[in-house]
Design a protein around this ligand. Structure first.
Ligand SMILES: Nc1ncnc2c1ncn2[C@@H]1O[C@H](COP(=O)(O)OP(=O)(O)OP(=O)(O)O)[C@@H](O)[C@H]1O
Ligand SMILES: [Mg+2]
Length: 238
């Protein structure tokens, strides 16, 4: 059953988790980085975003996690036109989106455990209420034994999995991951893919930006391909 059942007579509400209508985006006065993108991600779907370096993959993700605004067109999240959501309400929208950043953005002065617990502390939860959940999540990503380690002492694949744990700890509706296998070997990349597939099975909508064609091919999931800022291909890789 849907988490947010529609009220009667509300069948016209857009059920997509993400919908772009003719969206363009530019940095300052530079030429448009993204041009005329239209697509939607249905709840519970799993997509990749591919494209050469500079094609605009990270920029597309920024539009979804509200770190950038379109210069043209509309971005809808969970059926809401983002441009119509007052600034004070945007954090509530943002909380429904988990992000694994290309450069991790772990807090170096905090242990692995505290990095993962941080989003819950920010929500005002007390340590007693989340200690076990955080420990279980760290075990799920294979970091039980590294729980008290500082990020600087973790290997690339461990940092990657820590960033994933932090992104999903408050059970976001959508998980965005930017090049999540960029720093790990093939075996670790497959392990990380399995984590995403499992999360997706639990109902999380997934969007992963990647260069890793092997990962895309193995997953068999559909692809949004960016070329020069335009969406040139939709559907599964051959
Ligand atoms: N903060 C910024 N200010 C100005 N230009 C930017 C900024 N971030 C990205 N760009 C430019 O926007 C374009 C798309 O960059 P983006 O980072 O989205 O590409 P990408 O597909 O994620 O590349 P990569 O595979 O290397 O991560 C590039 O030309 C880049 O130089
Ligand atoms: Mg990028």
């Amino acid at each position: 059953m849907s988490r947010n059942p529609l009220p009667e007579g509300a069948q016209d509400i857009d059920p997509a988790t993400v919908r772009f209508d003719d969206v363009s985006m530019r940095y300052g006065r530079a030429p448009e980085t993204l041009r005329d993108l239209s697509f939607s991600l249905e709840p519970g779907s799993f997509h990749f975003v591919t494209g050469a370096s500079g094609a605009g993959k990270s920029s597309l993700l920024k539009l979804i996690y509200l770190a950038a605004k379109p210069s043209k067109g509309l971005v809808h999240l969970f059926g809401q036109d983002v441009s119509a959501v007052p600034l004070r309400d945007q954090p509530f929208l943002r909380r429904r989106i988990g992000v694994v950043f290309q450069e991790f953005r772990l807090l170096e002065h905090m242990s692995a455990f505290d990095n993962v617990a941080l989003p819950l502390r920010i929500e005002g939860r007390k340590p007693d209420s989340y200690r076990q959940d955080v420990a279980e999540l760290l075990a799920w990503v294979g970091l039980r034994h590294r729980m008290h380690a500082m990020p600087a002492t973790l290997a690339g694949g461990e940092k990657q999995r820590l960033a994933i744990a932090r992104a999903v700890v408050n059970r976001p509706d959508i998980l965005l991951a930017d090049e999540p296998t960029g720093n790990v070997d093939h075996e670790m990349a497959l392990r990380i893919l399995r984590l995403f597939v499992e999360l997706n099975r639990l109902g999380t909508t997934i969007l992963i930006a990647t260069h890793d064609q092997d990962l895309v091919a193995r997953s068999g999931m559909p692809v949004l391909h960016l070329d020069g800022g335009q969406l040139t291909r939709l559907g599964s890789e051959p």
